[in-house]
Design a protein around this ligand. Structure first.
Ligand code: HEM
Length: 514
């Protein structure tokens, strides 16, 4: 099983063997990869009573300490209790209660500074994050990367031969034990540090309304189906699952805008035709912006943030279309292959929001958004993730043009198009080729079709020093701050993210809007 982009290898095998069901034998572990919507819906949705378990992954679960996390939990009573508490917070009807935090974060992203992880840290723990290099956001990202990288089936032998977990760290070839020890520190930290901080604030009376404080208060007020440890686990899961996935999707959005200026223009025209002058766009505008909605769906389809989803597990033998699926198989939904199925998505590698406009792909009887997985394990954060991405996309596009940076040779710099590995799939090193051209609007006010005042993306890593920002037509300086996490995860891929857009303290233009 290749570590780099295994979803593409599986898709290729599927084509080579002309089958949407591929069986792999990974050191004795049976892995079945499903590469079509038909097969995934039939097995993971319709037969969800037997396909909703997760495999035991000794590396990420026992050794790295992630057994507490809903996403890795075995299907059963404990999972049900955790999932119920999660759904209570994130079901579709509950999502509007996050709109305020999402709106604030998206607007801050365009006018001041904010991090993508801000919403989830505030929803889970009521903690306000620092504008740059916030330790809570950094911890969530590092921990999520560590778990997502280790959970790829076939990545570690110990997952196939669990007895290896007893091998001491000094034993030749047992480097996985060092990786596990380091990962364990992160899983403990993500679970304990922010939770302890919220509890401390509850004692001093400073805790803000948030999932942790509210669930703990309810617990004090009477008999509940959950315990304090459930609240702690669920909060840590939100925190770990929410930050990296949404960041990966937004990074893909920037890549898509860089490489598809026509789509960007169309979305901006739609936004300009709807948003009232002098106002930010808001959730109420959603229905009037079908193209932007389609663009968000295409971002999630074109480069899925989680191309292999999370592994499901089949305890008992099953038959499907004449194939015997062995008991104790890991089942992977190849979301990448499904989202790039030429039959459903002609010209699948092109970024074309239009494909979602005629509504045919939105058939409610089908899983129109495979990006969020399947069956009873479908992503419970999907409604919140979609609304967070929507408000960020609409706020950024209302105010900025995103174009390729021009190199010293006068030619546009092409983005690298490279992506990271693991279960979460973010574009790497996107930023050196990115230019944000404000202001389509004066901040807080709406579009002024002022001539392109090309302003700067600061290519340097020094985010806060205005000397690095380069005003092109005078007046305006905006620093697109970026953050490169060069921590080589498991000695593998350098990794960068779009985190902050930050105008500096210089006054913004007050050009009159006609
Ligand atoms: C673009 C953003 C996101 C994407 C693409 C995404 C995708 C996924 C996928 C593919 C799965 C596995 C589903 C399966 O097993 O079939 C999953 C599970 C999960 N996601 Fe998300 N997710 C996103 C955002 C979020 C957010 C914001 C949260 C929390 C607030 C979240 C919480 C979870 C949890 C807890 C699970 C495990 C569910 C279970 O095992 O029962 N996700 N997600």
């Amino acid at each position: 099983m290749p570590y780099a982009r295994p979803w593409e290898a599986c898709m290729e095998w599927s084509k080579t063997y002309d089958s949407d069901i591929i069986h792999l034998n990974l050191a004795g572990t049976s892995v079945v990869v499903l590469s079509s919507l038909e097969a995934t819906e039939m097995l993971l949705n319709k037969r969800s009573s037997i396909y909703s378990d997760r495999p035991s992954l000794p590396m990420v679960g026992d050794l790295m300490g992630w057994n507490f996390a809903l996403v890795f939990m075995k299907y059963g009573e404990e999972w049900r209790t955790h999932r119920r508490l999660f759904n209570q917070e994130f079901n579709m009807g509950a999502v509007p209660k996050f709109h305020h935090a999402e709106r604030v974060a998206a607007h801050a992203l365009t006018s001041d500074s904010a991090m993508v992880g801000e919403v989830i840290v505030s929803v889970a723990y009521g903690i306000d994050v620092l504008p740059v290099n916030d330790p809570y956001v950094a911890l969530a990202e590092e921990a999520a990367e560590s778990a997502a990288g280790a959970a790829v089936p076939g990545r570690f032998f110990v997952d196939s031969i669990p007895v290896l977990k007893y091998v001491p760290e000094w034993f030749p070839g047992a480097d996985f034990k060092r990786v596990a020890r380091e990962g364990r520190l992160l899983s403990q930290a993500i679970k304990e540090i922010p939770f302890a901080e919220t509890k401390r604030r509850m004692v001093t009376g400073d805790a803000k309304s948030c999932f942790t404080a509210n669930a703990l208060r309810e617990l004090e007020s009477g008999d509940k189906y959950y315990q304090e440890s459930t609240v702690q686990n669920v909060a840590a899961m939100m925190y770990a699952a929410g930050a990296d996935t949404t960041t990966a999707a937004l990074s893909t959005f920037f890549l898509a805008m860089l490489t598809n200026p026509d789509a960007q223009k169309k979305a901006q025209q739609e936004i300009d035709s709807v948003v009232v002058r002098g106002h930010f766009s808001d959730f109420g505008d959603e229905r009037q912006m079908p193209y932007v909605a389609a663009l968000v769906k295409e971002v999630l389809r074109w480069r899925n943030a989680t191309p292999l989803g999370a592994p499901h597990f089949l305890e008992v033998e099953d038959m499907y279309r004449g194939y015997r699926i062995p008991a104790k198989s890991i089942i992977l939904a190849n979301i990448w292959a499904i989202s790039h199925d030429e039959r459903m998505y002609p010209d699948h590698d092109d970024f074309k929001p239009e494909r979602f406009l005629d509504g045919k792909l939105d058939d409610p009887s089908r899983n129109a958004q495979p990006a969020f997985g399947f069956g009873r394990r479908i992503c419970p954060g999907r409604h919140m993730a979609t609304s967070s991405i929507w408000i960020t996309v609409v706020s950024i596009l209302a105010m900025f043009d995103i174009t390729k940076e021009i190199g010293e040779d006068g030619q546009p710099i092409e983005p690298s198009y490279e992506y990271g590995g693991g279960l979460i799939f973010p574009p790497t090193i996107l930023l050196p080729s990115l230019v944000i051209t404000p202001p389509r609007v004066a901040f807080g006010a709406r579009l002024c079709d002022c001539e392109a005042r090309r302003v700067l993306v600061d290519k340097s890593l020094n985010q806060s020093d205005p000397r690095h920002a380069r005003p092109i037509n005078g007046v305006n300086v905006v620093t697109f701050t970026h953050f490169i996490n060069v921590g080589l995860f498991l000695g593998l891929l350098p990794y960068s993210k779009v985190l902050v857009i930050k105008p500096n303290a210089m006054p913004l233009p007050t050009k009159k809007v006609q």
